[in-house]
Design a protein around this ligand. Structure first.
Ligand SMILES: Cc1cc2nc3c(=O)[nH]c(=O)nc-3n(C[C@H](O)[C@H](O)[C@H](O)COP(=O)(O)OP(=O)(O)OC[C@H]3O[C@@H](n4cnc5c(N)ncnc54)[C@H](O)[C@@H]3O)c2cc1C
Length: 399
């Protein structure tokens, strides 16, 4: 059996649903293939905090009201540093701070999948696992699944970190080690608290309140120091680590409603995101260190950049897509990759974080960076560095 579409998308999760909807909105007929068999399937290995940078795409997709109605929690994340808490506050009389949202994947993924299925021009096909690519004269012309082939002017790999599409594409990948572990559990009934991140340099930890009165409590300790303990006793090591945090989330006041979930190995994978007839979006293109909570936002945004680059039609504009992807994410990912090596904070990070813990404007600047609303260059721009030096000089003088 063979079918013909304008676009075939492999993977109906955050990147794939967004790509299908946005390309269909530009008039394309889209086959959206998902290997899992139910509408409610969702990614489990995820702590699902979405940065402010993700929200414009959710708005464009029209799903934000439904997520809010389902209890998605807006957040301005507070950050523990060796210099104290960074607690961003709006400028007096100024605009509100940009907010992200925390929403469980068991809520988010089905909302996106249903919205994609209801989008005119999108045919969602569950239980269809892409197993290979079709190619003609150096151009990808579609996909092979268990039972059939689907041809299209544009094939989109949105099949996540272990992407089959990427593996068959021949596109080059840069893989680098992540020297932290990643473990989390879900708690019901913890006392109300803002979203919080601990940067213990080098270990990190997180507590994110979500819809359904569920708080995700996570930790990413350095592998070298903690691997053996976690391998010996994962649950005990996780709980000990969380209880020992400064201003620790009071996990004993709530009920743990999940196993301790996580992984010992999560390398960073960065691929060239296109070749003729093919684009990779989301984790298939860039699976970065989850410590920063950026993957879902980047999955949604990369889908949007692809759709915007496709103005001349599906399969056109892929070089533009590649440029947009690189220009938005390359700098952020390089810094994340470097930090994933478990190096200590560099002098710029020390300067900017310490100032942000002491000064409201510096805290707002840091929040815009962590929310991925400004790039690395702007984060370490001369005015930001000068302000931070001034803040720290006044701090040393006791003012
Ligand atoms: C421990 C951990 C914590 C994280 N926490 C956060 C966080 O707090 N915030 C954040 O923003 N990001 C987080 N991330 C990253 C985030 O989960 C990913 O970046 C995001 O899910 C990427 O979306 P995606 O749509 O590209 O891929 P995925 O969500 O992985 O979806 C891929 C889809 O493709 C389907 N698929 C796979 N293979 C095939 C195939 N051959 N054929 C058809 N379908 C296929 C899958 O079933 C799935 O539905 C975390 C990641 C990890 C590992």
């Amino acid at each position: 059996m063979s079918d013909e579409y304008d676009v075939v998308v492999a993977g109906a999760s955050t990147a794939g649903c967004a790509a299908a909807m946005l390309l269909a909105a530009r008039g394309a007929r889209v086959a959206l293939l998902e290997k899992r068999t139910t509408m409610d399937a969702h990614k489990v290995l995820c702590t699902h905090t979405l940065q402010p940078g993700a929200l414009p795409v959710l708005k464009t997709l029209g799903v934000l009201p439904e997520l809010e109605a389902a209890g998605a929690r807006q957040h301005v994340t507070e950050l523990w540093t060796p210099w104290g808490w960074i607690r961003p506050r709006p400028e007096p009389g100024g605009p509100p701070l940009p907010q992200g949202i925390n929403v469980r994947r068991s809520t988010l993924d089905p909302v996106l999948r249903r919205a994609a299925a209801e989008t005119p021009g999108v045919d969602l096909m569950l239980g269809e696992q892409v197993s290979g690519l079709l190619e003609e004269d150096g151009r990808i012309t579609g996909v092979r699944t268990g039972g059939r082939t689907i041809t299209a002017r544009l094939t989109v790999g949105a099949d996540g970190r272990g992407s089959t599409v990427a593996a068959h594409s021949g596109l080059p990948a840069r893989v680098s080690a992540n020297n932290r572990l990643g473990f989390f559990a879900r708690y019901r009934g913890l006392p109300p608290a803002p979203s919080r991140v601990w940067f213990l340099d080098p270990d990190t930890a997180f507590a994110f309140p979500n819809d359904g009165d569920i708080t995700v409590v996570a930790c990413s300790p350095a592998k070298e120091k903690h691997s053996a303990d976690f391998r010996r006793n994962m649950e005990g090591s996780y709980e000990r680590f969380i209880r020992a945090l400064p201003d620790a989330p009071p996990i004993d006041e709530g009920e743990r409603v999940s196993k301790v979930i996580g992984t010992f190995d999560l390398p960073n994978v960065y691929r060239k995101p296109h070749r003729p007839g093919l684009a990779l979006v989301g984790d298939a293109a860039l699976a970065t260190d989850p410590v920063w909570g950026v993957g879902i936002g980047w999955a949604l945004q990369s889908a949007q950049w692809l759709a915007e680059a496709s103005v001349r039609g599906p399969g056109e504009g892929l070089e533009e897509y590649g440029r947009a992807h690189r220009s938005a994410l390359d700098g952020h990912h390089k810094l994340m990759e470097d930090y994933a090596s478990v190096r200590p904070f560099n002098p710029f990070e020390k300067l900017l974080l310490s100032a942000a813990a002491r000064d409201a404007a510096a805290a707002r600047h840091h929040q815009r960076f962590a929310g991925r609303l400004i790039d690395v260059k702007e984060f370490v721009s001369p005015p930001a560095l000068l302000r931070a030096m001034r803040v720290n000089a006044l701090h040393r003088l006791g003012r």
